[in-house]
Design a protein around this ligand. Structure first.
Ligand SMILES: C[S@@+](CC[C@H](N)C(=O)[O-])C[C@H]1O[C@@H](n2cnc3c(N)ncnc32)[C@H](O)[C@@H]1O
Length: 243
């Protein structure tokens, strides 16, 4: 069954954007996933097609109206409510590979792209939305965040990545960041490739990569490193430096 994505947005022209190209674009054309957009403005019911209003309690900016957003959600779920409804927001749980894997395992996703100051809280709650953030910074709208989330999902769909591009060893799949990569030439600008990678000893290469992964995670992401060790049930052993 085709993995189905629907974006609820005030800017349908932003889709498929970068997802029309490369791996995701090919997979879209091959029917491995589908992408629809629903223009939130078409669910407004006054003659000015108003989608936002001033915040109760005062303050700057505008808030997206719950009745308009609810109607858009209902239309997206018209065929059934199996697909999770994700609201992209800086306030949400951080987008992580584990969530990406969970979403890919399901039938697809409906993505609500906010604008202005965001969406009225009542419709977030009444529709049981999952709130997801792509990072600790503020974008002007949810569309780039939706494209990021979809990119991360689509590449994991069956048949999208070739065996060579398999995601099994990449960052986060083991709870660690990925080891460094090297290709020809073996020496470049006075910089040599770590000799073990030229040795042809697969076990030694695997050991070096594992050590490099651990070292780079420990140095760059103490939070991931701590979680990795918790899950392992003890302190890490490797002390190999990656470069
Ligand atoms: C200008 S932002 C609103 C920011 C909001 N007032 C706040 O302080 O959290 C407009 C919309 O962009 C999207 N957005 C902004 N930053 C995001 C992020 N880091 N992750 C996901 N969506 C984001 C959300 O859909 C949000 O409703």
């Amino acid at each position: 069954m085709t993995w189905k994505a629907t974006a609820l947005t005030l800017f349908p022209e932003m889709f498929p954007g970068s997802l029309g190209l490369s791996l995701a674009g090919r997979a879209l054309r091959e029917g491995r996933w589908s992408l629809d957009t629903l223009d939130i403005r078409s669910f407004a019911h006054d003659r000015h097609r108003t989608v936002d209003d001033t915040p109760f309690g005062g303050g700057a900016g505008m808030v997206m109206r719950p009745d308009v957003i609810d109607a858009a959600c209902a239309a997206a779920q018209a065929e059934g409510a199996e697909r999770p409804l994700v609201y992209l927001t800086p306030r949400g749980r951080p987008l992580q590979q584990s969530l990406v894997r969970d979403l890919v395992a399901g039938p697809g996703v409906i993505l609500l792209c906010g604008r202005y100051e965001g969406v009225d809280q009542r419709v977030i709650e009444s529709r049981g939305m999952i709130e997801v953030s792509i990072g600790d910074y503020v974008l002007s709208g949810g569309e780039p965040a939706a494209l990021v989330l979809l990119d991360a999902c689509v590449r994991l769909l069956p048949g999208v990545m070739g065996a060579v591009e398999s995601g099994e060893e990449e960052s986060f799949s083991t709870g660690l960041l990925e080891y460094p990569h090297y290709t020809r030439p073996a020496e470049w600008n006075g910089r040599a490739v770590p000799p073990v990678l030229l040795s042809g000893h697969h076990a030694e290469v695997a050991k070096w990569r594992r050590g490099a992964s651990e070292a780079i995670t420990r140095e760059r992401r103490p939070d991931l490193w701590a979680r990795f060790n918790e899950n392992k049930g003890g302190p890490a052993s490797a002390s190999t430096r990656p470069v």
